[in-house]
Design a protein around this ligand. Structure first.
Ligand code: 1CP
Length: 347
């Protein structure tokens, strides 16, 4: 029913700028914390389609968001590849078997999507059914580079020094890992599209850790392969990167439908660099949501103004919403974006 988001991705006229929020189902919502407590753990939540569906819909019941995003995690793919994902209390995601030698990289294989990742596809099908067409559903994957960061490091890290050292010391081995991971990402995105995902976003959260030369070699090259592989599918592709705004034109040239930007890039410059090849998604600094409603409204207007007039803007934060945010501030933001961008009836 509300297809503003898909229209904006196609750069078609919309009645107002669509908005969704990265990590919109998450710990800042008391109802999420309650469902998570009921599930027992994050992984139980993500691996039980009924619960994943429940938390996916929670933010939509509270706010007038223009898209739903599958509740899952980028690390489900390496988990299905045999790395053993677990969450140490208060420490974030970790792998039992991180990739620490050539042999473990060489024996990696693309997992079967309907068996090893069947719970994700079941969640996509269930969410589509429960949405009744209210808003489109976004499926997603991590980028090959960002997944490789976690697979080599074994968990989160300040600078992912191990994988970056590998890029200099043994590029062939890293390319081998990225090639297998890219094949898995492509199969994962295609399976989500077949299960009913209406848009596909790739998160390259750690692309900005690389020098420009290494970014092009170890991240962009594989994003290009993904864009080519999904080009024939119905769902449009969004390439989000953190710290990769200087590559916006190169990301646009991959053939994706939209480029997602963090708050360190000016939307006007990105738009000038990309021309009208793609839509742009972003890019409010997530910390603005901790400020007063007046500041939130002012900054939301600033982001809308920086994109300027015309279609092809999807409002979002420049990165995920943090657990400390007051949900009422999200309502202020969603309302402000719709109100300030409302086009008059005559055009
Ligand atoms: O409940 C909890 O405490 C677990 C926190 C949590 C949540 C809510 C994790 C662990 N994952 C998620 C869900 C999640 N992850 C979504 C859900 C859909 C949504 O509402 O947006 C998505 C899209 C992700 C994607 C994801 N996971 C990314 C890429 C996007 C980004 O934020 O940069 C990354 C890097 C991860 C890894 C991950 N999973 C979880 C955590 C805490 C992290 C970050 C680890 C780190 O590097 O510090």
């Amino acid at each position: 029913m509300n297809d503003r988001y898909l229209c904006a991705l196609r750069r078609e006229p919309v009645d107002c700028t669509p908005i969704w929020i990265m990590r919109q189902a998450g710990r800042y919502l008391p109802e999420y914390r309650a469902t998570r407590a009921r599930a027992g753990s994050f992984l139980a939540l993500a691996k039980t389609p009924e619960l994943a569906c429940e938390v996916t819909l929670q933010p939509l019941d509270r706010f007038a968001l223009d898209a739903a995003i599958l509740f899952s995690d980028i690390l489900t793919v390496p988990d299905a590849m045999g790395l053993g994902l677990y969450f140490a209390e208060g420490e974030g995601p970790k792998f039992e078997r991180p990739l620490r030698d050539a042999a473990s990289i060489e024996k990696l294989a693309v997992p079967d999507m309907e068996t090893e990742l069947g719970y994700v596809m079941d969640a996509v099908r269930l969410i589509r059914r429960e949405l009744h067409g209210r808003v489109p559903l976004i499926g997603f994957s991590g980028s090959p580079w960002t997944l490789a960061c976690y697979m080599i490091e074994g968990g989160g890290s300040d600078g992912f020094a191990r994988v970056r050292a590998l890029a200099y010391e043994n590029p062939t081995l890293l390319h081998r890992l990225l090639a297998t991971t890219t094949a898995a990402v492509i199969a994962y995105l295609k399976a989500q599209a077949a299960a009913g995902a209406q848009a596909l976003q790739v998160f390259d959260t750690w692309g900005g850790l690389l020098s420009p030369r290494l970014y092009r070699e170890f991240s962009l090259r594989y994003l290009q392969q993904i864009a080519e592989a999904v080009a024939g599918l119905e769902p449009p592709l969004i390439l989000f990167g953190k710290g990769t705004g200087q590559f916006a034109a190169e990301l646009a040239a991959t053939g994706c439908a939209a480029v997602g930007l963090d708050w360190t890039t000016d939307l006007a410059s990105a738009r000038a660099a990309c021309g009208d090849r793609v839509a742009l998604q972003g890019n409010l600094d997530p910390t603005v949501l901790a400020a007063s409603p007046e500041v939130i409204e002012r900054e939301a207007k600033g982001v809308l103004d920086s994109f300027g007039v015309g279609s092809g803007h999807i409002f979002n934060l420049g990165h995920g919403i943090t657990p400390d945010i007051n949900p009422e501030h999200v309502a202020v933001l969603v309302d402000a974006v719709h109100r300030f961008s409302r086009r008059s009836g005559d055009g």
